[in-house]
Design a protein around this ligand. Structure first.
Ligand code: MRU
Length: 359
């Protein structure tokens, strides 16, 4: 049944009876709330690649349910055959997008279950896989809420907050990461004034962030990407909160293309930039931002805009990186579910993981 508010829908869900992945097709938002059901490997791969489901944590949850759904279709009758098939499907899903580390993080967690439960019959391994995928999603909700609490401690009622891309509920299972402090603050009467960058070329800020914040009653103003300097110059922004796709061990952070521009502008105006990062997005095996693989996407995303109206000359050379890296020196803090890491990030991020291990 059609619900009234986008916030009442699950970004990602598992239909346990039909063994299907159920997502909101985010390419149709905000014009149409369309729920789609996926079962085949190619459909799930396409949904991630085409950004029907997007945002690092949501990609991780979709991949976890996706690999479970694909594993459940297996007809293998020995563990070895089952694991061989599993690995192939895992690699396939993992190839859908390269930058958000949550994709491989979630798939590796699912693979670990298969390895740990190798003594069990395949049917029981499947039951464990389903539980693990559900736990990844439940954790995502808890983690986002904790990020919201820590993020909220960095701002005060009435503050102006600027955000880029969509690190909102539509990018996670609930609350979002960069939007979590905003939603929690709203519940507590903080009444933030939020500026949402439209986020060219795929307009996640205009289509998704502005939509979900407005649907939640948050005071949100949509701005073009080239307006962040103007609003900061006027003193309207007290803090920048953004999400991320991968944080390197030194604090360099990959997020949606344009984030590093916002960070450089914010540095100029002495506005603090906070990266909201679940530990699932922090990749201590990646030393610096230079080691992060940046996805490059089709030229048409730039030449045709969202509604497929061509507005650039045919054949023009296009460069279309989907993410960029913000230098750790431009980051005031990395807000995780275990607290706010500050420079030097080499040590503070290790401390965050120590807290996680002790938890
Ligand atoms: O290409 P997208 O829409 O998947 O990019 C999303 C972002 O860059 C988000 O800021 C990031 O994944 C964090 S989502 C909590």
């Amino acid at each position: 049944m059609q619900k009234e508010n986008i916030m009442d829908y699950d970004t990602v869900a598992l239909d346990e009876e039909k063994n299907e992945l159920v997502i909101i097709d985010q390419t149709k938002l905000p014009g149409k709330i369309e729920i789609i059901r996926l079962k085949e490997a190619k459909e799930i791969w396409d949904a991630i690649y085409l950004l029907k489901v997007r945002g690092a944590p949501a990609i991780g949850v979709a991949a976890a349910y996706g690999i479970y759904i694909l594993a459940a279709e297996s007809s293998a009758d020995t563990y070895e055959a089952f694991y061989e098939e599993f690995k192939k499907k895992k690699e396939y899903l993992n190839s859908s997008r390269p930058t958000a580390v949550n994709l491989s993080w979630a798939l590796n967690r699912m693979e670990q279950v298969v390895l740990d439960k190798k003594e069990l019959p395949v049917a029981e391994i499947l039951a464990c896989l389903k539980e693990e995928a559900k736990e990844i999603q439940a954790e995502d909700i808890r983690v986002c809420k904790a990020i919201g609490e820590y993020g909220l401690s960095l701002v005060k009622p009435g503050d102006g907050i600027l955000t880029h891309c969509n690190a909102g509920q539509l990018a996670t299972s609930k609350y979002g990461t960069a939007t979590a402090p905003i939603y929690l603050g709203e519940e507590r009467g903080y009444h933030f004034r939020v500026f949402a960058d439209e986020t060219r070329p795929l307009l996640q800020g205009a289509r998704l962030t502005a939509f979900e914040l407005q649907s939640s009653g948050v005071d949100v103003t949509l701005i073009c990407d080239n307006m962040s300097s103007s609003v900061m110059q006027k003193g309207w922004v007290n803090a920048v909160f953004v999400g991320c796709d991968r944080v390197a061990a030194n604090g360099d952070t990959a997020n949606k293309i344009g984030t590093s521009v916002v960070a450089a502008v914010a540095d100029h105006y002495k506005v603090p930039v906070y990266i909201c990062a679940p530990t699932s997005t922090i990749d201590m095996d990646t030393k610096t931002g230079a080691d992060i693989k940046i996805e490059e996407r089709p030229a048409e995303e730039v030449t045709e805009m969202w509604y497929k109206e061509r507005m650039a000359p045919e054949g023009v050379k296009v460069y279309n990186p989907a993410f960029d890296v913000t230098d750790h020196e431009l980051i005031a803090g990395i807000v995780t579910e275990y607290g706010v890491a500050r420079a030097p990030y080499e040590t503070s991020l290790k401390e965050i993981f120590k807290k996680k291990e002790e938890d």
